[in-house]
Design a binder for this molecule. Structure first.
Ligand code: SR1
Ligand code: MG
Length: 416
């Protein structure tokens, strides 16, 4: 039997023996174990090991030295440690909303964790046009608690600084700095994936818009310098496992101390991608209306519930005396909400034209519909970035979305 004492990248056949070695009591003796690689992310390998007799299962997530999306991108495997550590912290801060980590193996850079049985990856479910009535409630609780409770508002400042130190995550932050905050605006590494029918539109709206570049530069420096909260760092619909009754947030390997609007804005943008997919691909009008209305009302509700929960939790848990000064909570909330709108715009743009696209858009087979969906994302994104101070409530997002959808439709009618 292999000893797993030096790092190597496991294949499915290595994993049952690995689990037996690391967690000898997890499965009953004599259990017949099967293993399958189920990951579809850009970076890591994810295996499900199952005892076919009892149905009991476990997930093993291993960090490779090079990414899956590009062999040229090499990354520190320390991201596994960061992920295991933040999952434990988030589990304390937002109980029940993250999977349980059983163990982290520093040699193999592998996390042994709860299998989120009965849940599907949210992006996959959204592509089937499923709706999740609890999502706004769960994700707003997760974000309000995991973000606010990790800040200087609540924590002892030395403890918070220790956390900042232990979550320094340079390789993964560099990916975000490049792929989210730089390349979509200049294609400097020639890695952007621009849908050819939108090439001229992207050049004009993104590569040549200097006013936009200035606002993106401000947001980039906020991402790099504002050690506000322990953020998930990649909170898109592929980082959520869900069913109609419950939500799990996982995959926080991009975690570090950064601006909390990064998480909130990411979630909103990814719901908008689902809406665009619904508009473009659902044929039955009634079904289209139900799904698209749900995506929008969920976005609105996330903004409003997050704000309300954040403020209530602040009043209950703030310990820093100067944070209790009259007017400071409203000032702070205003900054978070402006960052949220800015990041929603950045995520909409980078997933449309950057290196890591989303299936919600790329799976739209009809050329005219995909072209239109992408333009809608880009124009909405620019509104969110350029006017981010005016996005304060869910209703502001709703109005902006209706505005841009009508504008794109009107332009199409004029051109037809
Ligand atoms: C090279 S990794 C590309 C993207 O996948 C991850 O999920 C992050 O979103 C990253 O930006
Ligand atoms: Mg991921």
């Amino acid at each position: 039997m292999r000893e797993y004492e030096t790092y190597f990248l496991m294949k499915a056949e290595d994993v049952p023996g690995y689990v037996r070695k690391k967690l000898p009591d997890f499965f009953p003796a004599g259990a017949v174990l099967s293993a399958k690689e189920i990951g579809d992310g850009n970076l890591n390998y994810v295996f499900r090991v199952k005892d076919e007799g009892s149905g009991k299962s476990i997930i093993i997530k291993q960090a490779g030295e090079e990414t899956r999306i590009s062999k040229e991108m090499r990354l520190s495997t320390d991201r596994g440690r960061i992920e295991a550590k933040i999952l434990s912290i988030q589990s304390d801060l937002a109980p029940g909303l993250v999977p349980t980590v059983y163990s982290y193996d520093e040699v193999m850079c592998a996390i042994l964790m709860e299998d989120m049985v009965g849940h599907s990856m949210m992006r996959t479910g959204l592509l089937r046009h499923e709706t999740y009535p609890r999502f706004a409630e769960d994700i707003s609780t997760f974000m309000a608690r995991s973000l606010l409770l990790s800040t200087d508002v609540v924590l002892d400042h030395k403890k918070k600084k220790e956390l900042v130190r232990s979550f320094i995550n340079p390789d993964l932050c560099e990916i975000t700095e490049d792929l989210v905050y730089t390349e979509p605006y200049n294609d400097q590494k020639k890695r952007n994936n621009v849908y050819p029918p939108n090439a001229a539109f992207v050049r004009k709206e993104l590569y040549e818009d200097e006013a936009l570049h200035l606002e993106v530069a401000k947001l980039k420096f906020s991402f790099m310098n504002d050690a506000q909260a322990l953020i998930h760092g990649d909170l898109h619909s592929g980082s959520v496992f869900i069913n109609p009754e419950h939500t799990f947030v996982f995959d926080p390997e991009f975690a570090f101390y950064g601006p909390m609007g990064y998480d909130v804005g990411n979630i909103l943008a990814n719901l908008f991608f689902a809406r665009c997919n619904g508009f473009a691909t659902i044929e039955k009008e009634g079904e289209k209306e139900v799904f698209c209305n749900w995506t929008l009302s969920t976005m609105v509700s996330i903004v409003d519930q997050f704000t309300a929960k954040f403020k209530a939790l602040w009043k209950e848990r703030a310990r820093e005396p100067m944070a209790k000064v009259k007017g400071f909570l409203d000032y702070y909330m205003g900054r978070v909400l402006a960052d949220t709108a800015g990041v929603m715009g950045l995520e909409l743009i980078r997933r449309t034209v950057g290196m890591a696209n989303v299936k919600d858009l790329t799976a739209i087979a009809d050329e005219a519909k995909r072209t239109r969906a992408e333009r809608t994302c880009i124009l909405l994104a620019k509104d969110c970035i350029l006017h981010r101070e005016s996005f304060r409530k869910g209703a502001d997002y709703e109005a902006a979305i209706h505005r841009v959808e009508e504008k794109v439709q009107k332009k199409e009618l004029e051109e037809a």
